[in-house]
Design a protein around this ligand. Structure first.
Ligand SMILES: *Cc1c(COP(=O)(O)O)cnc(C)c1O
Length: 388
């Protein structure tokens, strides 16, 4: 048997809805399924202003345009994230300022973030790693006190909440991903969530997404000419992609339940090894309701992590590492950071191993993975006191 780290999951409704989308005339942006996606987010998540986008990367770029990020402005974010989080800032001439993560949740450390605020700071960009919410109540309090914007990178956080509030709806702006590796997918896609305290940003976001034109107002008959009115780009997804996404979103509870079962299976069968000190598993804090985006183990050191990863590979189980910290990446070093700047982030990135996690994992595959993990762990050389 070979169990890949990840395979996309289809609910079975996709083909029918995409075919239906093809029979409608509006296969570009803002069509039938785009509207369905928007209404679903409003009904289920109480998100009034959601702009479907071509990716979360584009939603992050849009967010930086909407807050008018200027050259030299600083945005504080974790280094333990995907390059898109920082690129959105760099593309506008801004400076990403990297803060530490907390070792229990791997989300931004509010105390370190607060230390990094300067007169140039314009925004905070927390990342909800693995669908576990960053400490949004503290982050919002720090932001309000320092008059900073909060833009959530909720790429992995759709259908998850922190203190009973959905991820992506805490800050001024929130960014979702529907990439093929995420829980709910359009193949490629994303969305920008605009907090209702900023109704003025909705029209501007629609203009930016529509190549800097007032096409939407024109289509709705509000203006009689369609022209260039602001900065813009092409950020609107095709209705075919939104049909695919809609099929997935209508099954979001089934998808989440399946993922939760995988999480619980791993947790139950690996608990003994955590108790023996061989590794530490992902933890779900009491105030987080996750969407079970991923499952990781933290080992004592990189050598152990790499040995387990390679042994699992030999057994047909694809377990993978995650982010290479941005501050010590080639681009981070060019921006003037040093590896030693963020020791927790460096350490976590070297000891973290993600286990296979696909919504469609079968019972036989799960059992196979756990059997192989046990086999690999029970090899004598792993029996030292490991990470707690
Ligand atoms: C997936 C991901 C992105 C990028 O999402 P795309 O939709 O592929 O652009 C950005 N940030 C984080 C934390 C992600 O996990």
């Amino acid at each position: 048997m070979y169990v890949p780290f990840y395979t996309p999951y289809l609910t079975g409704k996709e083909l029918e809805l995409v075919t239906d989308a093809l029979t409608r005339t509006e296969i570009g942006g803002d069509g039938f399924y785009t509207k369905k996606v928007k209404s679903l987010f409003e009904a289920k998540y109480h998100i009034k202003h959601l702009i479907p986008m071509t990716s979360c990367t584009h939603a992050l770029e849009m967010a930086m345009l909407l807050i008018n990020l200027q050259p030299g402005d600083e945005v504080i974010m974790p280094s333990f994230t995907f390059p898109s989080t920082a690129n959105a800032v760099v593309l506008r001439g801004g400076k990403p300022v990297f803060a530490e993560i907390e070792p229990d949740t791997l989300t931004i450390d509010p105390a370190d973030l607060e230390r990094k605020i300067t007169a140039q700071t314009k925004a905070i960009l927390p990342v909800h790693y693995g669908g576990i919410g960053a400490k949004m109540d503290r982050i919002m309090e720090i932001a309000v006190r320092n008059r900073l914007y909060v833009v959530e990178d909720a790429a992995q956080g759709v259908n998850a909440s922190y203190r009973e509030r959905y991820l992506g709806t805490w800050g001024d702006l929130g960014c979702f991903s529907f990439h093929s590796t995420k829980n709910f997918t359009a193949g490629e896609g994303g969305a920008l969530v605009i907090n209702p305290i900023h109704p003025d940003l909705v029209e501007r976001a629609e203009i930016i997404a529509q190549k800097g034109t007032n096409r939407r107002q024109f289509l709705e008959g509000q203006v009689d000419k369609y022209s260039w009115v602001d900065h813009g780009s092409s950020y609107t997804p095709s209705d075919l992609l939104m049909a695919l996404l809609y099929a997935q979103l209508t099954e979001s509870e089934t998808i989440t339940a399946k993922r939760r079962a995988i999480h619980e299976y791993y947790q139950f069968h690996l608990q003994k090894y955590e108790d023996d000190g061989l590794f530490r598993m992902i933890r779900v804090p009491e105030d987080c309701r996750p969407n079970y985006h991923l499952f990781y183990l933290l080992f004592e050191d990189q050598t152990t992590r790499d040995r387990i990863k390679d042994s699992l590979k030999d057994e047909g189980v694809e377990a993978v590492i995650h982010y290479v910290p941005l501050h010590s990446s080639p681009m981070g070093l060019r921006l003037g950071y040093y590896e030693a700047d963020l020791p927790v982030t460096e350490k976590i990135s070297r000891i973290l191993l993600r286990l296979p996690f696909s919504t469609g994992l079968t019972a036989a595959e799960l059992e196979y993975v756990v059997t192989k993990i046990k086999k690999v762990l029970e090899k004598k050389e792993c029996h030292k006191q490991l990470y707690r």
